[in-house]
Design a protein around this ligand. Sequence first.
Ligand code: AMP
Length: 552
Amino acid sequence: MFGLMQDHPLNISSLLIHVEKYHGDTEIVSKCLDSSIHRTNWKTIASRARQVANGLNRWDLASGTRIATLAWNSYRHLELFYGISCSGRVLHTINPRLHPDQISWMANHAEDVIFYFDITFYSTVQKMYDTTPHIRHYIALCTEEELMQLDDIANYPKLLAYETWINAQSSQLEWPVLDENSASSLCYTSGTTGNPKGVLYNHRSTILHAFTAALPDAIGLSATDTVLPVVPMFHVNAWGIPYAAAMVGAKLVFHGQFSDSQSLYHLLESEKVTVAGAVPTVWMSLLSYLQTQNLKFSTLNRTIIGGSACPPVMIQTFLEKFGVSVLHAWGMTEMSPIGTVAGLRNNHRNLSNDEIVKIRTKQGRVVFGVDIKIIDDDGNLLPSDGKSSGHVLVKGPWIIQNYFKSTENILDDGWFDTGDIACMDEEGYLIITDRSKDVIKSGGEWISSIDIENLALSHPEVAMAACIAYKDPKWDERPCLIVVPKPSTQPSSQSIKDHFVDKVAKWQIPDFIVFKDALPLGATGKILKTQLRKEVLTENGLIKPDLLEGQL
Ligand code: AMP
């Protein structure tokens, strides 16, 4: 027997219809390329998203057609998010920090037909122009006058100015009712080996993920919130925040290309942001800026941190010095991305700050909708005892089934192997120890690079730290710690090693400390360990001798 409730497929357009009707006047604020502040609201975003859809309809693009964006976080990008997906096409967000050849490869693999870009990326468009024949139009996210100021436009006849194009379209449109399993957006994972792989989200997965993202123990979004997703819209749809914000009617603030600490702080304060989301490296710089300038947050009360492990010292500083709660989350592109968030439980209500920091340092409890299991190398289920580490497998309605255009079976009896190594404690908190490829295996025992990095970051003179394995004839692998000292400090390698004594087992203490001025960061702000290994290790996996002055 079927229930007798109405049958409404879960379509992303329902978010836009809702937010326009009930929160139309709620602001969307963007910092533009020229540093000026642009203000609009959900009603205008919805109206312009319909213009985007009408423009695409005029070109008669079939549903499922891939349409690319190469853009910073902004109101125009938000219009495209909705206009493209709600009209039945697939929004393909591309990471502009990739090499033009990689971008061109992705555009070709996805068979993008229209390509929207911020004019800061015009040189990329020029480089890829001749290698992407199926792109019919390159639309610069600017006015006609701004387009005219670009060099050499006569050589690129497929260029159009977004404002001219969108203004020629009607804002009248009934959103089509789509099968909720229709593809809505496409995001390629960086992939450390081989070519990038496309993760193809659908309307249903996006809406269900938005419900979960908004829940109190996840980001806990409400109509009273002002949200600044520092996480780029080209990285897993900005963690789903543009959808969850529409679901609850929150105000959105976009920082554009300005992710330096001073600009971010100014925007957080001037727009009265209550919640922000970013990878740890962004917060690391921002916190140090605040501390050196003796500044405080006046409205920010929580921040969602994920993408890589959040060090406890950051959680503690946020809590004790700034009164901001850190929501440490774990997930990945293949998971839309949210899998776990480190919210507290009922029995944690009277804990001290130190105990809270310990809990929030874990990657968190699994959110409803996702299921997790941890298995050993032979596929045996491991107990939730806080120490048995193994491979993390996940399943759920917003977890990948297969990569775009791939026929390879990537699931194991319905479970997706995340490639992460973790254990789960008795209360159901996931504790990630490593990416499987980053684990350091010394004498048959695992050393967690995350644990070593977190401890290093609690040294008063360490600004950034990354731990990698180098080859050792006796132990197979040993840990080497690469450290960026805080400004005006010169920590010695011995003082850093001493910092580990009595905190970890002796054999887990890194043998060598390599000092660097900066660490290579990937397009999403994560430390690029593959690049770092190239910088620090020889082809045989040994530490380059010149980096070890005085330590051999
Ligand atoms: P991406 O698909 O680029 O977002 O990368 C996903 C990967 O980032 C995960 O598989 C983890 O290895 C890592 N990651 C994400 N969040 C965390 C976290 N909170 N702690 C540790 N690693 C994380």
